[in-house]
Design a protein around this ligand. Structure first.
Ligand SMILES: CC(C)(COP(=O)(O)OP(=O)(O)OC[C@H]1O[C@@H](n2cnc3c(N)ncnc32)[C@H](O)[C@@H]1OP(=O)(O)O)[C@@H](O)C(=O)NCCC(=O)NCCS
Length: 172
């Protein structure tokens, strides 16, 4: 999947050759992103997208599907590891990465997409609204449980946000 942005960038599926740069980008944004090992990036490389501009990788993002007990259709998709290189920000690259993820997952028919983030203005501009963290308990158990910065997700300053999706045919 390749998507050309208007600002001279392209979004494409990641390859194994991107894994080390993705790992480095996540590490560079470690104050905002949950850390990943290089091995983990490789394991889920088929779920990563990257942005390219001026011949280099300038952004990345992935997603995870969190199942809900007893209701398969109620699974929630979470945007993860979203980052854009500082000097390439505010050109629509972050938005294009999230849109690409939404396009990718829409065929699965999730009802919504969520993010736990320190960038609520960005997600707000993309139609996400703040929700109580109690609505993303699956994420808190699978991700926040292993957080090395905060012992309690409810006192952590990250904000939970959600955007409703319109079902299997959604094209954003
Ligand atoms: C969040 C991040 C990915 C945004 O990437 P980006 O490429 O700059 O975002 P876009 O250019 O697509 O922004 C789309 C819209 O979001 C809003 N927005 C983006 N960054 C914003 C900011 N810092 N403050 C306020 N609004 C912002 C704006 O409305 C923007 O549109 P505009 O530029 O036309 O005003 C980038 O700032 C980043 O890598 N931050 C560090 C890592 C991080 O916080 N990741 C999110 C973790 S879930």
């Amino acid at each position: 999947m390749t998507m050309k942005g208007q600002g001279g960038f392209a979004i494409r599926s990641a390859t194994l050759g991107d894994a080390e740069r993705i790992y480095a980008m996540i590490h560079l944004n470690r104050d905002q992103l949950v850390p990943r090992s290089l091995g983990n990036v490789v394991e889920i490389i088929d779920r990563f997208f990257v942005a390219e501009a001026e011949g280099e990788m300038v952004g990345c993002a992935t997603y995870q599907i969190h199942p809900a007990f007893g209701d398969a259709a109620a699974a929630t998709v979470e945007v993860q590891s979203l980052a854009v290189k500082s000097m390439f920000r505010r050109r629509g690259i972050g938005k294009a990465l999230v849109e690409t993820i939404i396009e990718r997952i829409s065929g699965f028919g999730p009802k919504d997409i969520v993010a736990l983030t320190f960038a609520p203005e960005f997600f707000g501009a993309l139609g996400f609204v703040e929700i109580p963290k109690t609505k993303v308990m699956h994420k808190l158990y699978t991700g926040c449980m292993n957080c090395t910065k905060h012992t309690d997700p409810f006192t952590c300053p990250e904000i939970a946000m959600k955007r409703e999706l319109s079902g299997p045919c959604s094209n954003y």
